[in-house]
Ligand binder design. Structure first.
Ligand SMILES: Nc1ncnc2c1ncn2[C@@H]1O[C@H](COP(=O)(O)OP(=O)(O)O)[C@@H](O)[C@H]1O
Ligand SMILES: [Mg+2]
Length: 258
């Protein structure tokens, strides 16, 4: 079968972590560099996105998974509009409004239960990231023990819920992007991850606004969300290369309670 080449895929709209997103004629193609991602990674993300679609979560429709030279790619419906991140960048004076919107959408997603075996358990995933974190064996042990004590739950956790991954079309309808990290688990852990993503992005003010709003709207104690921060930080360690970001994660891991 003749495979497509990158030239067939249209204009590049995003390049990030060895993934390139193209758009052409209403079709988005996300190409995964084979030196960093196996084909199964693309199939897995497409499968989770399709599962979310079947659960009637607002996501772009998946069209297929195919090869582009040696790389694998997912094609899906283009949502013509702007991400929450673009809106925040264009209208920084009203950033709070967009963070509040992000919280609202996150709560809608996290209000769903999923016991579907297709989704990995959040705790399994976090345990595996802790094991691969490169931290000392005693710190890893403490983190595994801490994680074990945390409540389970089976909420639809996105794993990378952030303004770049929420897009609004021209009618104001939102769609959630980027389904590679979805799991079933504790909603506060997913909120803690979003809080951490804001901190990693250098936006402490938005992180605090997010945390306050999330806790207010879900009647959750802020300390309950904060309890997840050490395991979430350990989980992110391998994926950051920036020294300042690494330090931020290590500082958060330090707060393990004995
Ligand atoms: N279906 C889509 N419609 C419109 N824009 C999209 C779509 N999918 C991705 N994008 C754009 O490409 C960016 C990166 O896509 P994403 O799937 O989040 O990849 P990554 O894993 O690199 O974060 C998004 O933040 C958004 O701006
Ligand atoms: Mg993304």
């Amino acid at each position: 079968m003749a495979t497509k080449t990158r030239k067939d895929l249209g204009e590049v709209i995003s390049e990030h972590n060895h993934k390139t997103v193209y758009v052409k004629d209403g079709v988005i193609t996300k190409v995964f560099d084979h030196k960093f991602y196996d084909g199964s990674f693309a199939f897995k993300e497409a499968m989770y996105q399709q599962y979310a679609y079947e659960c009637k979560i607002s996501v772009p429709q998946v069209y297929g998974v195919f090869q582009v030279g040696e790389d694998w790619a997912i094609s899906s419906q283009e949502i013509k509009g702007k991400t929450l991140a673009q809106m925040m960048a264009e209208d920084p004076e009203h950033k709070k409004k967009y963070v509040v919107e992000l919280v609202k959408i996150h709560i809608q997603l996290l209000s769903r239960l999923s016991s579907n075996l297709m989704l990995p358990k959040l705790k399994d995933k976090l345990n595996s990231y802790i094991s691969d974190s490169g931290l000392s064996s005693s710190t890893r042990y403490d983190l595994h023990v801490k994680l074990e004590k945390m409540p389970n739950h089976y909420k639809f956790c996105h794993g990378d819920f952030f303004p770049q991954n929420v897009i609004f079309d021209e009618t104001g309808k939102y769609y959630i992007l980027n389904w590679a990290h979805v799991t079933r688990g504790n909603a506060s852990a997913d909120a803690s991850m979003t809080y951490l993503l804001f901190l990693l992005n250098g936006d402490e003010k938005a992180a605090n606004t997010y945390l306050r709003e999330f806790c207010k709207k879900t009647y959750t104690n802020e300390s309950y969300v904060q309890q997840w921060i050490s395991v979430c930080s350990a989980a992110k360690l391998k994926s950051v290369s920036d020294e300042a970001q690494k330090k931020l994660l290590l500082d958060n891991i330090d707060v393990v309670e004995y």
